[in-house]
Design a protein around this ligand. Sequence first.
Ligand code: XMP
Length: 517
Amino acid sequence: MKAEQHDTILVLDFGGQYSQLIARRVREQHVYSQIVPYTITAKEIKALAPKGLILSGGPSSVSAAESPRPDARIFDLGIPILGICYGLQIMAIMKGGEVERPLQKEYGFAHLTTLKKDSRLLQGIAPQSKVWMSHGDTVTSLPSYFSRVGATENCHYAVVEYPEKNWYGTQFHPEVAHTVEGNTIIANFVLDICQAQADWSMESFIELQIAEIRRIVGKKQVLCGLSGGVDSSVVAALIYKAIGDQLVCVFVNNGLLRKGEADLVLEVFRDNFNIRLQYADAQQQFLSQLKGVSDPEEKRKIIGRVFIEVFEQEARSVGKIDFLAQGTLYPDVIESMSPSGGPSVTIKSHHNVGGLPEDLRFTLLEPLRELFKDEVRLLGKELGLPDEIVFRHPFPGPGLGVRCVGEVTAERLDTLREVDAIFIDEIRKAGLYGDIWQALACLLPVKSVGVRGDERIYEEVCSLRAVTSEDAMTADWFPFPPEILQRTSTRICNEVGGVSRVLYDITSKPPGTIEWE
Ligand code: XMP
């Protein structure tokens, strides 16, 4: 991605888990930011003409023999530099300072005391400010001409500067939300020290991505698997805007979708956007393969395998395809490799459409891989997608398959779809949909006795779950006003056959996961 007409801040990635977050914070200042591997040469940087460089954090120790170092000539470019954590330490070492590993590593909150009132990096920061530390090594001796302008209880050189060169460094992480005034520090660096123009927006992102997609794809065809979720929808809308009918979308109805979901996808993409869309109604195929299977892992495997089979069949019917578009977001990318090819340690692995056969290998097109979920939503709005898709709760790939606890049958799926639809409807009516990370219903393979009219019934139990969360890694159950649960329960019992009892799940994550299976 290039940004000729916009000022750019380059983030040199040393493999830190927050590198993308730094870029995002810069974008929040309406300045374009690009992440590049730390191995980029000074010459390459010069060609990109950035207004500033940020050296990211990273898992290495600067004292290790193989520790990653930037091109030493970046310090001769006359471009402002901000080193964060490892970035500060490597700058200190390369300029003649010293770094040591104290006995005690430091993780968590610290109180930053500003030692110099007129430091440009710390303008507007309270004399005492809460910051977030996460480091083993620490600078113990500053290079010549550097001075310290901020300190914490355990960190003598928490903020340092060499203002004549516009070189700055922080031992803490200004990019994480825990650093209360972190955005001000980033803004001071980007807007004041680097003098970058704040003219970047989602619109500019779209323009650049369109140009880039056209350049990469040329006259070839792109295939995109649409799930109806926000990520794949935004990817499809963006690529369609770039290359129109060279994009073919495949939507697989696995029979494990929510009520009305397939119709919504067809209406939005085929009817409104006019995108070439292959609709594969594979409900029976999935159901027959799932027959008699109750084990959750086994169900997931079957659903994954059948999806690949159906997708493959659809892909072959389209003809020559060179690219596969995926709605991979930044959090999905924190994988074995850092996004810019830097040396990131493995945090988690994630697979979207893995498992395609050798002869169906496509080049991946992942235009959202620098973005976070809320940025993708913003992008979706800008592209004209309806709120129903843009602000949709996350929904797992295996869909209702993992919410139909026990065996998946057409009848149980229909029951679950009705229960789920009522729950979501009541949440929307109460205006709470946006306050909840994810709301779902599960059908349990447990029967209980009840009475309906004058009749004794013996039917299954459903469990409702709604959670708040930042990133799905941890979650807490949502405290509904009782009348909403009451109304939902009454409606489910009255309107849905096959359910005798309604439970509300009050398990946090951990120990419970968000899904039941
Ligand atoms: P858990 O249940 O692990 O879920 O707390 C965390 C988040 O991931 C979603 N999830 C999945 N998404 N395939 C997916 O694409 C899956 O197999 C899967 N399992 C869970 C879940 O809905 C929640 O948002």
